[in-house]
Structure formats: structure tokens, C-alpha cells
Design a protein around this ligand. Structure first.
Ligand SMILES: CC(C)(COP(=O)(O)OP(=O)(O)OC[C@H]1O[C@@H](n2cnc3c(N)ncnc32)[C@H](O)[C@@H]1OP(=O)(O)O)[C@@H](O)C(=O)NCCC(=O)NCCS
Length: 223
């Protein structure tokens, strides 16, 4: 993975021993936009789940946590421009200088069905401060997640806040499991995952798979 060409987005390809990455293959990070946009922007907005919007107080500041929308595209572009190469590498498993326009649409055009992405937004500036997203399998049982916090705003609890929102969403929607790939040198994410109760399993030399059981108290069905 270290040989990713600098300045070019390259999709992370899990090996045969790893799960297929939904985020990397189908949804937000690699396929042509039309594969993710199964409807027009207007259609997308019709299904926008505004009931998931909330205003919270975080370290004395107001914050909006809400699902991302197609019209967040300019803010999302600005957000990505403020991420360090190291953070982009940890998020995308590749050297990324600039994501192509064709890829950018995926991040803001989601179906709110299999895909969900929550942003933390500053109510004053409208800036995106962080994003946590998930993409479920066809059966809506298990979802792969990814999280990215603006590099200059890390270690202030935003990652925890957005992950908690995503976990709550997954629970409320009957998902059984949230999982993701994390590079073994990504201490911040591994620490954050452990603090949220994720189980960490080594899959390959440089990659851990982290998993959270979202329904741990689910009663065992009678046979
Ligand atoms: C991983 C990431 C999301 C954490 O977000 P964050 O907002 O900084 O996390 P929080 O402030 O909520 O920190 C929660 C806990 O994570 C751990 N943590 C966060 N940053 C850490 C760091 N630099 N070093 C060690 N532990 C760290 C700590 O246990 C922390 O709790 P504490 O501050 O009470 O000690 C952020 O660093 C990031 O966006 N990284 C780049 C993208 C990425 O790696 N994504 C994960 C792959 S999907």
C-alpha cells in the first residue's frame, strides 16, 4: 500500500483474505458517480432524513450533527483541502493529493438507505469539521464505516461524537455490526475504536479489521 502513486487517488483493494470493501468499491470512494447516484439531486433531497439533524453543545460551542447533502459539495471540497497527506493516507489507504471531480460527488450524494454520512458542521461558518460514513451490505446487516476529522481539529472529541452518532444510527436501523479497516500504525483510530468497544483483529501485516457488535444484548432466538 505504500507504493500508491503520489497525487493520484487509488482505490484500496482488499486481498482475498479480507472482506470486500463497500466504501471502496461501491459507494463513496471509487465507482463512477452514476453507480452511487441512482437518482437526481432533487430526488436525493426528497429522501433526506432531516429528523436525524441535531444541534449539540460541544466544549461550550454549538455544533450541528446531520446527514450530508448534495449541496454540501463546496464545503466538503474545502474540508478535504484542510486534511494533511498523512490523514488522507490513513483514511483512503493511498497517497491522495487531490481527488478527481468524478470521485468527489460520491461523498455528498448518498442514498440514505445503504449509505449514511454524518457531518459535524459549524453553525457560524457552515464549515464541515468532520465526517463519519457507513455503507451497509445488501442485506443491511453489516456496514463498513470510515471517519475523518479536519486535521487541525483533532483530539477535541469530534471523532468520538461522530462515531457515537453513527453507532446510534446503526443500532436504530437494526444493523448488527459496524466494521472498518485501519492501518496498524493508525494509533489515534485504534485508540478511538477501542474506547468505543470495537474488537481489533489483525488481517494483514499493515491492516487491522475493527468490528463493533451493535446488538450485543440481542436475545438468542429459540430453536
Ligand atoms: C482517528 C480520528 C478520526 C480521531 O478523531 P479525533 O476527533 O481526533 O478523536 P477524539 O478527539 O474523539 O479522540 C478520542 C480518543 O481517541 C484517541 N486518540 C485520538 N487522537 C489520538 C492521538 N493523536 N494519539 C493517541 N490517541 C489518540 C484517544 O484515546 C482519544 O481519547 P482522549 O483524547 O480522551 O485520550 C482522526 O485522528 C482522523 O480523522 N484521522 C485521519 C483519518 C483516519 O485515520 N480515519 C480512520 C480510518 S477510517
Amino acid at each position: 500500500m505504500n507504493d500508491a502513486p503520489a497525487g493520484r487517488f487509488r482505490r484500496y483493494a482488499p486481498s482475498a483474505t479480507m472482506r470486500g470493501s463497500c466504501l471502496a468499491e461501491n459507494c463513496s470512494a471509487g465507482a463512477p458517480a452514476t453507480q452511487c447516484m441512482n437518482s437526481s439531486e432533487a430526488e436525493t433531497l426528497k429522501s433526506y432524513p432531516s429528523d436525524l439533524e441535531e444541534r449539540v453543545e460541544h466544549h461550550g460551542h454549538a455544533l450541528i450533527l446531520r446527514p450530508i447533502r448534495p449541496d454540501d459539495s463546496p464545503q466538503h471540497r474545502r474540508f478535504l483541502a484542510q486534511i494533511t497527506p498523512q490523514d488522507l493516507y490513513h483514511r483512503f489507504f493511498a497517497g491522495v493529493r487531490q481527488l478527481p471531480e468524478s470521485e468527489l460527488a460520491h461523498f455528498t450524494h448518498i442514498d440514505y438507505d445503504r449509505e449514511m454520512a454524518f457531518i459535524a458542521e459549524s453553525p457560524q461558518s457552515g464549515d464541515i469539521l468532520g465526517v463519519a460514513r457507513a455503507c451497509a451490505d445488501q442485506a443491511r446487516v453489516s456496514a463498513e464505516f470510515a471517519v475523518l476529522i479536519r486535521s487541525d481539529l483533532q483530539r477535541q472529541g469530534l471523532g468520538t461524537l461522530l462515531m457515537q452518532k453513527l453507532i446510534q444510527y446503526g443500532r436504530n436501523h437494526g444493523l448488527r455490526e459496524l466494521w472498518g479497516y485501519v492501518m496498524t500504525d493508525n494509533v489515534p483510530m485504534l485508540q478511538l475504536a477501542r474506547s468505543l468497544g470495537f474488537h481489533v483483529r489483525r488481517t494483514e501485516r499493515n491492516v487491522d479489521e475493527i468490528t463493533l457488535d451493535l446488538q450485543p444484548t440481542r436475545p438468542v432466538e429459540a430453536s
